[in-house]
Design a binder for this molecule. Structure first.
Ligand code: PLP
Length: 394
């Protein structure tokens, strides 16, 4: 993505440092050319989503996800409109019976917690938080003692992000043990994998719901949510569908989404372009070695950034604990000798875009996505470009 011009007061990157593709954003993220070609070659654009060709496309996506995650046959894949934000509302109405617990360690985990906290038909949620840059879990010592001391109703849904995009922190993937102190006997574990699904090898059967949107590792556009559902999660959706005293709009009714999804359709009209590009990416992932190969790609790219930042006199990885460092979103803090916002401005003027930190974090930081579509060689060039800009002075 070569820049057509650079503002006169900003340095121009030497051609040999210019990445072949300058998209390093956290979503919408870099789309591979093959996906755009699949889109322009597809006879499906502008045709009915209720007819066989589009139903077959949705079937291909569902089968592809089933293969990627080696899903047991009794698990289902539901699809709906509205992205992961809509799924928070779906989960609030269709999966929380009485009370939720949330592990929060950044912006997106907090947003789901805010949704259940605001629901008038639920008891106040239990929220366990850690500061940005760390990971809170619902199974560590602090959490177990919070559950034990809590005096509210037992929680029946436990939620956490597998990956917090705002900070680049990766949580372990775990299930909260049903029947443990403060937790109901049939509690579900519901995991936000929006920005990590497709980027690490994950055993989703360690959870009950693993949901995501297509505009990150799957390199498609936004606007849909996908949820991998255990039998217990499907049962909960059916149970709450039957509850008469809860307001349940069709759009937020997971049982309706499920009924449609098994027929390879969505309740209302989906973006066909998003589906076509998603399918292309899933087929590419499967043909390239599946999730283990995707994780290896992402770790090679992000590892190059962490190694560089660890050795740099003015930079350091924001996430200090190595096991929490994201393979797909590398966040790098700079000391006062370097103005990260200037770095991002110079890079943007040179066609290298979206490396600004999460807008509400307010740090002197760069945030670089290393999703599967991003080439490691481009990440190496980006790092060299940053060094070069720093060496020019501001
Ligand atoms: C971890 C996480 N959860 C949820 C969302 C919201 O996704 P959407 O924009 O599809 O609603 C995002 C978006 O960046 C995210 O990164």
């Amino acid at each position: 993505m070569a820049a057509s011009h650079t503002p006169v007061d900003l340095p121009v990157l030497p051609a040999e440092l210019q990445p072949s593709d300058g998209r390093f954003g956290c979503g919408p993220s870099k789309v591979r050319s093959a996906q755009v070609e699949a889109l322009s070659a597809s006879p499906l654009i502008g045709t009915s989503h209720r007819q066989r060709p589009v139903l077959d496309l949705v079937a291909s996506i569902r089968e592809g996800l089933r293969a990627l995650y080696a899903l047991p046959s009794e698990w289902e894949i539901a699809i709906g409109n509205g992205g992961s934000t809509a799924f928070w509302a779906v989960a609030t109405t269709s999966l929380v019976r009485e009370r939720a617990a949330h592990a929060v360690f950044g912006e997106f985990g907090q947003k789901f917690a805010d949704e259940t906290l605001a629901a008038p038909f639920l008891a106040p949620s239990l929220v366990l938080s850690a500061e940005a840059g760390a990971v809170a879990t619902l199974v560590d010592e602090a959490a177990l003692s919070a559950f034990a001391q809590d005096e509210g109703p037992a929680v029946d849904l436990c939620a956490y992000p597998h990956h917090e995009t705002s900070t680049g922190a990766l949580s372990p993937l775990y299930r909260v043990t049903p029947g443990s102190a403060g937790v109901s006997d049939d509690a579900l574990t519901v995991v936000d994998a929006t920005s990590i699904a497709g980027g690490v090898n994950a055993d989703v059967t360690a959870t009950d719901v693993y949901y995501f949107a297509p505009q990150k590792c799957f390199a498609s556009d936004g606007g849909l949510w996908f949820a991998l559902l255990s039998p217990a999660a499907q049962e909960r959706a059916r149970e709450l569908h039957a509850v008469k005293d809860r307001w349940m709009p069709q759009f937020l009714d997971l049982s309706i989404a499920l009924d449609n999804s098994v027929k390879n359709q969505t309740l209302n009209t989906p973006a066909l372009a998003t589906l076509i590009m998603m399918d292309e990416q899933i087929q590419w992932m499967l043909a390239s070695g599946g999730l283990p190969a995707m994780e290896a790609r992402c770790r090679a790219s992000s590892g190059a950034i962490y190694t560089w930042a660890d050795a740099h006199p003015h930079a350091a990885p924001f996430i200090t604990r190595e096991e929490w460092r994201s393979p797909v979103v590398a966040t790098v803090d700079f000391d006062e000798a370097v103005d990260a916002s200037y770095l991002a401005r110079v890079l943007r003027a040179n066609g290298v875009v979206d490396v600004e930190p999460y807008r509400k974090l307010g740090r002197n930081q760069l945030r670089i996505a290393t999703f599967p579509s991003v080439e490691s060689v481009d990440v190496e060039k980006l790092v060299a470009s940053i060094d070069w800009v720093i060496a020019q002075g501001s």
